[in-house]
Design a protein around this ligand. Structure first.
Ligand SMILES: *Cc1c(COP(=O)(O)O)cnc(C)c1O
Length: 367
């Protein structure tokens, strides 16, 4: 599915030098690499504040925690995502309200958000799934009219941009707070766990920084209860190398997606990824939708040729046992997607001949 060793080998000397330098400085926790990465990320994103943290789930949790909402307040999010999104909401004592997806983009159906708003609704948490944005124009409009916070889950869209009010912006800098993950397989991934929180709101940035650091800004003075959530020096050094090449990496993904598109677009039972005009797509996943075929059947067929594929996600959120206490509503499009989407190998080292082989095998599938 991914080739992280190949990506490392392609710039081995740079990665090795970055790691070695942290070891020689013994700056394992915080230190100059983390500070430099934070500033470079702020510049890349065009955002005032970046707060690095331990992983993407912490980023979402700390972002919600910083809003200081009354327990039981509702946060509207998508039914079709990784559990971390809904989990972060529940973890800080808030109520996840799950909304069905737009079947073309697999992101939250912005039209259904308004119906899910109650007097207890305080925030919307869109997920920019597979590398493409949720409909932020509509979401920001609803948020403004109902006075809601917007927390963007950017774990899968690093580097994507979005045109809002005629201006291109990086995803994660449009809502109140953006959160990302540097899990190794993400578009900007490190060699372990990592995450970051972005915001243009200086007051929230201070609270977020505090929460991630034991409730403290000044060492040994703790004004609130927080957690220990930090990015380590070696990961920051690796991320600084990868951040330099992120646009090149995303361009390689786009190229691979185009190779797939050319070969799959004329297969009648496959829908290739649908693009929305407002957003670029950074293809965290290349995900096809199958007509009249269950994804596990094609997956098993491809397995016989040694081709890996993944189902993101086989169980939608409203069907998760852990979330039943919130009485989630039915989400038919997300259920349909969970049985009909299939993600194909997608990474920066994919070659045209590999894509060609994968597509030839797919085209041989007999319905
Ligand atoms: C990966 C991911 C997360 C969680 O990130 P971790 O770093 O693994 O904690 C959250 N949301 C989405 C949509 C993800 O894909």
């Amino acid at each position: 599915m991914v080739d992280l060793v190949g990506q490392y080998e392609a710039r081995k000397s740079e990665f090795d030098a970055a790691i070695s330098s942290v070891i020689h400085q013994a700056a394992f926790i915080n230190g100059p690499e983390v500070d430099a990465f934070q500033k470079e990320l702020e510049t890349y994103l065009g955002v005032k504040h970046v707060i690095p943290c331990a992983n993407g789930t912490d980023a979402l949790t700390i972002a919600l925690w910083a809003l200081n909402l009354e327990p039981g307040s509702e946060v509207i999010t998508t039914d079709f995502t990784f559990i971390a999104t809904a989990e972060a909401i529940a973890r800080v004592g808030l109520t996840p309200v799950l909304v069905d997806i737009n079947p073309n983009t697999y992101t939250i159906d912005a039209k259904q958000i308004e119906q899910a708003i109650s007097p207890r609704t305080k925030a919307i948490m869109p997920v920019h799934l597979f590398g493409q944005a949720a409909n932020m124009n509509t979401i920001m409009d609803i948020a403004e009219r109902h006075n809601l916070y917007v927390i963007e889950d950017c774990a899968q869209c690093f580097g994507a941009s979005y045109t809002i009010k005629g201006k291109p912006k990086k995803l994660g800098t449009i809502g109140t707070i953006g959160c990302t993950s540097f899990f190794p397989s993400k578009n900007l991934g490190c060699f372990g766990d990592g995450g970051a929180i972005f915001t243009n709101n200086s007051e929230l940035a201070t609270t977020i920084k505090k929460i991630a650091n034991h409730g403290s800004i000044k060492k040994y003075y703790h004004s609130i209860i927080g957690v220990n959530s930090r990015l380590d020096g070696i990961q920051a050094a690796i991320l600084r190398v990868k951040l330099k090449y992120i646009d090149t990496y995303n361009a390689s993904r786009l190229q691979a997606a185009q190779w797939y598109n050319q070969r799959l677009q004329n297969i009648s039972w496959i829908t290739i990824p649908q693009l929305e005009p407002y957003s670029t797509h950074v293809y965290h996943q290349y995900t096809i939708l199958l007509q009249n075929i269950i994804n596990t059947d094609l997956q098993a067929f491809l397995q016989t040729y040694g081709i890996p594929s993944m189902i993101y996600y086989p169980v939608s959120m409203h069907k998760q046992e852990a979330l039943q206490i919130y009485n989630p509503q039915q989400c038919p499009y997300s259920d349909f997607a969970s049985q009909h989407v299939l993600s194909l190998p997608m990474h920066t080292e994919l070659t045209e001949s590999q894509v060609d082989y994968i597509c030839k095998c797919i085209s041989q599938y007999k319905q």
